[in-house]
Design a protein around this ligand. Structure first.
Ligand code: FES
Length: 242
């Protein structure tokens, strides 16, 4: 890697709760440097106690997401030159989640909402029966396929102003998961999903601002999935009312 004779001025959020403070670092600038490279350089060369998460470094595991200059990003696939302003970077833990320490957000509320949204498989067959064959061209299967590329990075959750203002809101990732399972032709309990996402904090709390879709690093469209849930829950409501 070519080293340039210049530095990045990096501010990193440290600590947690009432003890949060900002610490400044100067980090050598490299060509093709990612934000995760910057955080790792600080941890390896200046302060080994800097706490952050990563695993795959190739955009697969979803563990490295942070706020970068105020915007949620997967840091292993975000090049510094695309997001820095005047060689400055501000790196913080993901918004809308409690902070454990430094750049590590507590993901429990995020995954708890997946369970609340009933984004779990309800099997049509037992393990002793043959696996059901599904036509890959089936329309529902195609819709379900769109959502399964979610890597659970919580970038959409951090981007969502409705999550910020409504603690009960299930959020775009959990609702997209629910929509994926709802469209899975092998799922046996669609009504459990619709019940889970139609209540307080469910899909009808979404204001369709679209930050989830704008920031999703995998170019998924949670806003469209939530719109699908809004239609399905409304249809179900009027059907029951007849
Ligand atoms: S480290 Fe796995 S997605 Fe970034």
């Amino acid at each position: 890697m070519e080293v340039k004779a210049e530095f990045l001025n990096v501010t990193v959020s440290r600590g947690s709760g009432d003890g949060v403070y900002q610490e400044a670092f100067q980090v050598p600038a490299y060509d093709n440097q990612t934000v995760l490279d910057v955080v790792s350089w600080i941890q390896q060369n200046v302060d080994p106690t800097l706490t952050y998460r990563f695993a795959c470094r190739v955009g697969m595991c979803g563990s490295c997401a942070m706020m970068v200059n105020g915007q949620p990003r997967w840091t292993c696939r975000t090049h510094v030159k695309k997001v820095s302003t005047n060689q400055k970077l501000k790196i913080e833990p993901l918004r809308n989640l409690p902070v454990i320490k430094d750049l590590v957000a507590d993901m429990d509320p995020f995954f708890g909402k997946w369970v609340e949204a009933e984004g779990v498989h309800h099997p049509t067959r037992t393990r002793y029966e043959p696996i059901e064959q599904i036509d890959p061209q089936d329309a529902a299967r195609t819709t379900a396929n769109e959502g399964i590329e979610c890597i659970n990075c919580a970038v959409c959750y951090a981007a969502c102003d409705t999550v910020t203002n409504n603690a009960d809101y299930l959020g775009p990732a959990a609702l997209q998961r629910a929509w994926t399972v709802y469209n899975d032709v092998k799922d046996a309990d669609k009504s459990a999903i619709l019940d889970a996402v139609s209540g307080k904090g469910g899909c009808h709390s979404c204001h369709s601002i679209g930050s989830c879709t704008h920031y999703c690093p995998n170019e998924l469209n949670p806003m469209q999935a939530i719109a699908g849930l809004k239609r399905a829950t409304s249809k179900s409501f009027f059907k029951k009312g007849r």
